[in-house]
Design a protein around this ligand. Structure first.
Ligand code: ZN
Length: 298
């Protein structure tokens, strides 16, 4: 019994040292990946580049209610969101800051050439191809002007090396009672889905009402072709009086900007928390009771 107790102490001490060495090794190996992440307590948005895209613009008014045009609502909301994100330390790129459709941001020839490349990549990767992408790539359809405008938005985001693309829109439905926010995410991007969930956690509470789910996968051009995590935020229904009044009011717009910003903070913050939880989840094993080890020894 005495010998066994002694062995336990020795093994415990050895295990402790082993544990500490392993912990040190883990910290050293993860230090590289943690180094570029925000330090605990600092702002997770600091140093991030966010592309904010006010939906529609110019001859593309988007949805409407009376004389109210979606393109104007999205521009106002996007400017306020940009300010809020900047105040939190992010660098913001607005894809447009005036009433423009961005249709002339890229030539038809260039769009056909990019579409060909993408179509080829889709086929090589065995991905399902979109009918319009296929038609443009094969030369049976000229890319429609709105596609040039959307491509321009993607190019602007990529030129500024944006980390995320947030496209701001308003919804519309024939029934004026339909209301509430929803965020659309890229179909095969877990990061985009996590971003949409993070945004809706806050925006869904602020602008509620839509039937669940309010986080929806979609393959709209912007989502389908964005190389960085992208979401389309449908802030509320332009066809619903309560949503409309809220979006158009200064307090409402401010609250919406804050809710989306909180979502982005959570999105980047969670990345750090996930890494730290991986690090700390290994600790209980290192300091586990040594009984099994002792009994297993001859
Ligand atoms: Zn829209």
């Amino acid at each position: 019994m005495v010998r066994r107790a002694l062995i336990i102490v020795i093994v415990s001490r050895r295990q402790c040292i082993l544990g500490l060495l392993l912990l040190l090794a883990i910290i050293m190996t993860t230090a590289g990946s943690l180094a570029f992440l925000p330090v605990m307590g600092t702002n997770p948005l600091a140093g991030k580049v966010i592309a904010v895209d006010p939906g529609h613009g110019g001859i593309d008014g988007g949805s409407s209610h009376g004389s109210l045009r979606e393109k104007n609502v999205t521009l106002t909301l996007s400017r306020i969101l940009a300010k809020e994100l900047q105040s939190q330390g992010a660098t913001v790129v607005l894809t447009r800051n005036s009433d423009t459709d961005l249709f002339d941001g890229i030539s038809v020839e260039r769009e056909i050439s990019i579409s060909k490349e993408e179509y080829l990549q889709d086929r090589q990767a065995g991905r399902k191809t979109h009918s319009l992408d296929r038609a443009v790539a094969q030369g049976t359809r000229i890319p429609p002007p709105y596609r040039l405008g959307l491509r321009t938005r993607l190019i602007i985001a990529s030129q500024h090396q944006a980390d995320l693309l947030i496209s701001i829109h308003t919804n519309k439905y024939r029934s004026p009672s339909a209301r509430g926010s929803a965020t659309l995410h890229q179909i095969n991007s877990p990061a985009s889905k996590r971003l949409a969930q993070a945004i809706q956690t806050h925006l869904g509470t602020l602008v509620p009402g839509r039937a669940q789910p309010d986080v929806i996968p979609d393959d709209f051009f912007l989502l389908r072709r964005s190389p960085i995590p992208a979401v389309i935020v449908e802030v509320g229904f332009i066809s619903n009086a309560r949503d409309r009044e809220f979006m158009l009011s200064a307090e409402g717009a401010e609250a919406i900007a804050k809710a989306i910003t909180k979502g982005l903070r959570d999105y980047f913050g969670n990345g750090l928390r996930q890494r730290l939880s991986v690090l700390f989840s290994s600790l209980p094993n290192l300091f586990a009771p040594p009984s099994v080890l002792v009994l297993g020894k001859p």
